[in-house]
Design a binder for this molecule. Structure first.
Ligand SMILES: Nc1ncnc2c1ncn2[C@@H]1O[C@H](COP(=O)(O)OP(=O)(O)OP(=O)(O)O)[C@@H](O)[C@H]1O
Length: 606
């Protein structure tokens, strides 16, 4: 046997068991589950072994072949059992009862184990899902969507399967133990041959299953890559078609799909060695027993009983090896679920404890610095004010850091240093739910969800009435369009709202914001898909309804910023200028002019 192979597989199985036990501690399961399953499995093995022994006795009895019931304790016990049961009819009834008992035990086992397994799967995926919603936003952002999908959609189910494999593994061990005990009571010599044979079979299987964990890792990677292709097809379908990339994209998908097939086949091939190897091994072992029993003068009845027991033991050994292999293969997947689910090594956004009453004075950024990657600051020592009750426009070149400021206000990220204060209280100390319930945000890309127009607008206020929804839609300039649809507000929006134009999606986003009736409204390029006339109309409606609220307006249309009471110009993550629009807008325009002139000079110089 290859020592390295054994070490690798056992290392993987041990690691799987460690991760699984950690996972089960987090996920939780009824305390009684494992002992109950083990007791049922053990009783079922005893019933099976006893049943086989009695069947043999029955056969001996009806054929009048009982000459010797063995050299061990069981031999004598069986002799006494025969004397006590007396007739083949009583024996047949005992066998029938044992078969019924085993069937009942198997039924109860399968009902309990499937219900526990489903409960573990449900809890695991709920916890993974909750983690995505609660952990620091950056943690989720840094991961590939395909990885997040794989853990939630596929790997979370494997925890229950791994738990099932472990309980079966223990039950298989119990069965092997019970069979060995019965064998010992029939003939210790035969047991010795069986033990040597089983160890040899297991050693051979270890050589075949050596690459289990590496293959499991490979399969995981390949499945993730296939998931990436699937997501790309669904998310970028329009672009793929617009650029005529169908053939290229299909070729890549086919390659990835073939890699997934090959990887899955390799795993199947690995486990398909178990059946034939065990069967051939057992055949050799049974042959040796028959041969040796002749030399050792073991009686026919004892040899036949031992062979029958061992033959019944073979599926248990096979299942035992299969479960070991499964656990070794699943190690990378279990680790990945554990890494996602455990909370000790993760950051969670502060929930805050101070209740928010009103937004009276406004929002102040005090020396705020922030970087998505702590080594690269995107916002650098920012200090500015968003006064309450008026509109503040945030202007600046693309990539200056405007959306990042919104991300901090939404508490998706925490500043690396400095403070954001709301009426002199630090934002992170204010109850998160209080703060978010006062905010509405809408931007250039509005997230529309599967559901009707009403469902999408109602996301801002779960208990909104039909009239409130219609009023919000009117303010956002989307009512006329929606009312022309065949199903009006009940029209199904569909995946990502692709059936709606960019401007229509933006107006549904604006309707949501209006329905929320917020104290603080953030419009992040929220009207850039509307024509100027429509933008003016929507802005007037919003002013009418939310005009006295605190509004943060992010815009590249400098004309729009002119109407704001306060303008903050951000450049490379710093405040370049702030003050009334009459001061900042001309400065910004002058700067833009200088950039255009410098670019013209450069291109003429080439
Ligand atoms: N999730 C992120 N992870 C890492 N870097 C990011 C992330 N989001 C934005 N950035 C980087 O932060 C910088 C500021 O981006 P931000 O989106 O805040 O700019 P912006 O002023 O809103 O730009 P635009 O006007 O084009 O929307 C950019 O350099 C951008 O590449």
């Amino acid at each position: 046997m290859s020592e390295a192979g054994g070490v690798i597989r056992h290392g993987a199985v041990r690691a799987s068991l460690r991760d699984l036990s950690h996972l089960l501690r987090i996920v939780g399961k009824p305390r009684w589950a494992t002992p109950a399953l083990l007791a049922l499995g053990f009783l079922s093995s005893v019933a099976e072994t006893l049943g086989i022994t009695l069947i043999l006795l029955f056969l001996y009895l009806v054929s009048n072949r009982i000459t010797d019931t063995g050299d061990g304790f069981q031999g004598r016990a069986l002799g006494e059992a025969v004397a006590w049961l007396g007739s083949p009819t009583r024996l047949a009834v005992a066998i029938l009862l044992l078969i019924l008992a085993r069937g009942a035990l198997a039924l109860v086992y399968s009902l309990i184990s499937s219900s526990i397994g489903e409960r573990i799967s449900e809890r695991t995926r709920n916890l993974v899902h909750e983690q995505y919603l609660r952990v620091a936003f950056g943690f989720v952002q840094q991961r590939e969507q395909s990885q997040l999908m794989e853990v939630l959609g596929t790997e979370s189910w494997l925890v229950a399967q791994a738990y099932g494999a472990v309980t079966r593994l223990i039950i298989n061990s119990c069965s092997i133990f019970v069979f060995a005990l019965f064998l010992l009571t029939i003939s210790w010599k035969i047991l010795l041959i069986a033990a040597v044979g089983s160890i040899a079979i297991s050693a051979i299987l270890r050589i075949f299953s050596r690459p289990a964990r590496d293959l499991g890792r490979q399969v995981k990677k390949i499945h993730q890559s296939l998931g990436e292709h699937m997501l790309m097809t669904l998310q970028a379908l329009r672009t793929i078609r617009a650029y005529g990339q169908e053939t290229l994209h299909q070729r890549r998908f086919v390659q990835s799909s073939a890699a997934a097939r090959n990887a899955s086949l390799s795993l199947i091939r690995l486990s398909s060695w178990i059946g034939p190897t065990t069967e051939i091994g057992y055949l050799g072992m049974l042959g040796s027993i028959v041969l040796v029993s002749g030399w050792w003068h073991i009686s026919f009845e004892v040899t036949l009983a031992a062979v029958a027991l061992l033959y019944r033991l073979q599926p248990h050994t096979q299942e035992f090896e299969g479960n070991l292999l499964f656990l070794a293969q699943m190690q990378p997947q279990l680790r990945s679920v554990l890494e996602m689910i455990q909370s000790e090594d993760k950051e969670y956004p502060p929930q805050g404890i101070i209740a928010l009453r009103n937004l009276d004075a406004g929002i102040v950024f005090e020396h705020v610095s922030f970087g998505y990657d702590p080594d690269t600051l995107v916002l650098n020592d920012l200090s500015f004010e968003i006064p309450a009750g008026v509109t503040t426009a945030l202007i600046g070149a693309s990539g200056a850091g405007k959306t990042t400021i919104v991300n901090l206000l939404l508490r998706l990220y925490e500043p690396t240093s400095g403070d954001i204060k709301i009426d002199a209280t630090r934002l992170k100390d204010i109850k998160r739910d209080d703060w978010l319930s006062r905010i509405a945000v809408t931007g250039q890309d509005v997230d529309l969800v599967e559901g009707t127009v009403t469902d999408n607008i109602r996301m801002a206020k779960a208990d909104a009435t039909e009239d409130e929804i219609i009023a919000a839609a009117r303010s956002a300039g989307v009512a006329a369009f929606v009312e022309d649809l065949p199903d009006r507000y009940d029209t199904w929006i569909g995946q990502e709202g692709l059936r709606f134009s960019g401007g229509q999606r933006q107006r549904i986003g604006l309707a949501r914001a209006v329905l929320r009736d917020p104290d603080f409204l953030i419009l992040d390029e929220a009207m850039n898909a509307l024509d100027t006339a429509l933008e003016d109309q929507v802005r007037r409606a919003i002013d009418r309804q939310l005009g006295n609220r605190t509004i943060l307006l992010i815009t590249h249309r400098i004309e729009t910023a002119r109407d704001a009471a306060n303008v903050v110009w951000i450049e490379n993550g710093r405040v370049r200028s702030q003050g009334p629009a009459s001061l900042v807008v001309p400065q910004y325009q002058q700067h833009q002019q200088e950039i255009v002139s410098a670019t013209d000079v450069q291109s003429k110089g080439r």
